[in-house]
Design a binder for this molecule. Sequence first.
Ligand SMILES: [Cu+2]
Length: 102
Amino acid sequence: MKYVNIILLFCIINNVNAKDHYINIIGMKFIDKIIKIHVNDIIIWTNKTNQLHNVVFEHQDLDSPFLKNGDSFTIRFISTGVYNYYCLPHKNMGMIGKVIVE
Ligand SMILES: [Cu+2]
């Protein structure tokens, strides 16, 4: 029982240290395009345009639905790595981004 309590305490402390990061979709860009975060941090993408955009990862199955103006999409990153993503309709216009999780 003591062991279980120690694990729970560790999880709570871990989440307290986690940070929220905001990426806004403005024009045809993710701002910021490249972001460095820590394990357990959260990223919240918000579409601030009148066009539909989405967030599609190259190598992970974490894709968002299409986001309307004002819609948000949130992911908590639980593993280190480099996560490249793009907006499917606007990839060819350079609408790409990168999350580096340390
Ligand atoms: Cu887009």
